[in-house]
Write a protein that binds this ligand. Structure first.
Ligand SMILES: NC(=O)c1ccc[n+]([C@@H]2O[C@H](COP(=O)([O-])OP(=O)(O)OC[C@H]3O[C@@H](n4cnc5c(N)ncnc54)[C@H](O)[C@@H]3O)[C@@H](O)[C@H]2O)c1
Length: 293
């Protein structure tokens, strides 16, 4: 199946960038959230990322600044923001990127089943939840698949294509092809907790969170050491603030519940999330980020 038009549901940390990735591959995209304020934030994120990419090309003298301006307006013109399901009647592929809670995901999948054409693939950007359970909320579980981008979606090339119990081989193949159509690198994963990447990432994260609690060092001190060693572009606590501590905590708890003491849940992260401090998006996490985004 070729994808002529796509949709993204949820315009938060991931949704705005995912819409940008799709539009940059020259696809018309509908971007939906529950409130116009969130839609506008997603559109602003898409503009910011596209502009930064094009500015980079101008700087390297690959394109002129006039061509960059034209391309910016063309790409952004492909994204239509909405708070309703208008514009979903002729989409071929949907990426759901709403909060990591099964009851929200299932409600969205039921609505998508009614709003989109029968041939459309309904994909979830979930980091850890069951694709099979989301598929069960629809009349087309064979067309429900995991399509897991990484943060920031505009830069990270990998996408995990996750096979639920009812996902058909045709859907797996179409999702892999679509990942390539939008210039990403698909890997196929079984539906196991954490899939592939989050299991690796969270084993390292668990060691760092444990070390912090045992050593009494602060998040800032550990981040500084790691950033200065240049093993990663930024420290793990700062990165967690950017990813969203609610999402990071949910994945950590899911992995601990699934695999036991191989994984660790930071009590400090639990306290921060309990107090409504989710990192950059609420303005405070391990760090102060000023105003909520
Ligand atoms: N943050 C990350 O680094 C990351 C990375 C990979 C995957 N994911 C996954 O992506 C998904 C989204 O995560 P996020 O970090 O972007 O969350 P987020 O909280 O930043 O954004 C979620 C958005 O969904 C909107 N929303 C809530 N209910 C909705 C509904 N019924 N219809 C439409 N929109 C609705 C919210 O208003 C919000 O804008 C989760 O499943 C998460 O596990 C997140």
């Amino acid at each position: 199946m070729f994808v002529f038009k796509a949709a993204v549901v949820g315009a938060g940390t991931m949704g705005g960038e995912i819409a940008q990735v799709l539009a940059s591959a020259d696809l018309p995209v509908v971007l939906k959230d529950v409130d116009q304020r969130f839609v506008d934030q997603g559109l602003a994120k898409a503009r910011e990322v596209t502009k930064a990419q094009l500015d980079g090309l101008v700087k390297k003298e690959k394109i002129t600044s006039e061509a960059a301006d034209q391309q910016l307006e063309h790409t952004l013109g492909l994204i239509t923001g909405t708070t309703e399901y208008d514009g979903f009647g002729d989409v071929d592929f949907v990426v759901e990127a709403v909060p990591e809670r099964m009851e929200i995901k299932q409600a969205v999948f039921e609505e998508l089943d009614a709003a989109t054409p029968g041939h459309a693939i309904l994909a979830s950007n979930t980091s850890s939840l069951s694709i099979t359970e989301m598929g069960a909320a629809t009349l087309r579980p064979d067309k429900v698949v995991g399509f897991h981008f990484f943060y920031p979606a505009s830069m990270m090339r990998l996408i995990e294509i996750v096979e639920g119990e009812e996902t058909s081989e045709e859907t797996m193949q179409s999702a892999s092809n679509f990942a390539q159509q939008i210039r990403k690198m698909p890997i196929r994963c079984a539906e196991v907790p954490g899939f592939v990447v989050n299991r690796i990432l969270n084993s390292a994260g668990s060691e760092i969170w444990r070390y912090k609690d045992e050593s009494g060092l602060s998040a800032q001190e550990i981040d500084k050491e790691i950033a200065e060693a240049r093993v990663t572009p930024m420290g793990p606590f700062y990165l967690s603030d950017l990813l969203g501590l609610d999402t990071v905590l949910h994945v950590a708890e899911h992995l601990k519940a699934s695999y036991g003491d191989r994984f660790y849940v930071s009590p400090e992260m639990r306290e921060l999330v309990g107090a409504g401090n989710y990192g950059q998006k609420t303005g405070k996490g391990f760090y102060d980020h000023g105003e909520a985004q």
